[in-house]
Design a protein around this ligand. Structure first.
Ligand SMILES: [Zn+2]
Ligand SMILES: [Zn+2]
Length: 367
């Protein structure tokens, strides 16, 4: 990017002056336990299929906290974190056909080349030249600007008149809850389902499961505030697993368990609940990002004709979800609990890291 192409209004409002206009601010990972909001070089077009996007809204994901806590060793020190956001295209490479400077876009957490074997199967999460790379293997969205490879297949045009903050939820959490929880779990009309974990992903599964009219939705968590919200947003039954034996209660109420048990935390305890509450013929859909092994009770499960699924979001349902958000059918902006300016991101990480005490679900950072 040439120095003259940086809009003047991007000279920072906090009074700091750019000594070198080729730098910008970004939240950089500096090894386990260490992040800082510092000056880094502006991203530049590297390949003809790249676009540079000026971030207007971004957010922090549980996955980012996992990286901070050393759960994801593939993230190298010096990487800008973040894989979610909405912004405006600043520059496109010569090979980008669908987008132009000035377009408002939703950045998908998954980068897709569109032509490899996995992309042709819509397994974009496993794209051989993409997948989850933003804020992981390449610099991400918690910055003033970001480079998006394979822009044509990795961005979605933001519809006019739709709340920009609602659109941020389409980068990752809504497609993850929908694809890895609801679709993989095969939620059907009349089903009894249970979602173990009422964080942003569990809540996204709660919102999108209702497309398929399950009869009963259990939400399980240890946070009373989140359970209260889940009840407002469509859960028919909520259970606080801190003071209740979830397995006993669900088996007593349902007779033989739930059709679909979704794991939305990523720890052995919650996976274990799922394998104890699923009924014969049912599905366990794991959405959580696990950092250690779980015990599979195959001696109890082998006879149950179960399907167990897990995986990384493909974002192949993002265009459909975008229509449901644009039409107001679902309102994911209700998951947003906190707002910060991008340059307050260090404080935002503290708040998100204390999500239960702070009653935080999704945090919006505005640039
Ligand atoms: Zn995420
Ligand atoms: Zn691909």
């Amino acid at each position: 990017m040439s120095k003259t192409s940086i809009p003047l209004e991007k000279v920072r409002s906090n009074g700091a002056s750019y000594l070198d206009l080729d730098t910008m601010k970004a939240l950089v990972f500096d090894g386990p336990g260490k992040i800082d909001y510092i000056d880094v070089p502006m991203p530049e077009i590297q390949k003809a299929t790249d676009a540079i996007v000026r971030i207007s809204k971004t957010t922090i994901c549980g996955t980012d906290l996992g990286i901070l806590h050393g759960k994801t060793p593939s993230v190298k020190a010096g990487t800008t974190l973040g894989h979610e956001g909405v912004g405006v295209i600043e520059e496109v490479g010569k090979g980008v056909g669908h987008f132009k400077k000035g377009d408002r876009v939703i950045i998908s957490c998954i980068t897709a080349c569109g032509t490899c074997e996995y992309c042709k199967k819509q397994l974009y999460g496993h794209c051989t030249d993409g997948g989850w790379i933003l804020g992981h293997l390449i610099n991400g969205t918690q910055a003033e600007y970001v480079r998006i490879p394979h822009a044509d297949n990795s961005l979605h045009l933001a519809p006019e008149g739709v709340d920009e903050e609602a659109l941020v939820m389409l980068s990752d959490i809504l497609p993850t809850g929908h694809e890895i929880g609801v679709i993989s779990g095969c939620v059907k009309p009349g089903d009894t389902i249970a979602i173990v974990g009422a964080g942003p992903i569990g809540m996204s599964a709660l919102l999108t499961a209702q497309f398929y009219s399950p009869a009963k939705i259990y939400m399980i968590d240890i946070d009373e505030n989140r359970l209260k919200l889940a009840k407002q947003w469509g859960a028919t039954n909520v259970i606080n697993s801190r003071d209740t034996d979830v397995v006993k209660e669900i088996l007593a109420e349902t007779g033989d368990g739930v059709d679909v048990a979704m794991e939305a935390v990523g720890i052995p305890t919650t996976f274990d609940i799922c394998q104890q509450i699923v009924r014969p013929g049912g599905h366990i859909a794991n959405m959580g990002v696990h950092g250690q092994s779980v015990e599979l009770k195959i001696q109890d499960l082998w006879i149950k004709n179960l399907t167990i699924t897990m995986g990384l979001v493909n974002t192949n349902t993002t265009p459909m979800l975008l229509k449901t958000v644009a039409s107001g059918k679902i309102k994911p902006e209700k998951l947003i609990t906190h707002h910060f300016a991008l340059d307050e991101i260090m404080q935002a990480y503290k708040v998100f890291g204390n999500a239960d005490k702070e009653k935080a679900l999704k945090i919006i950072l505005s640039n």
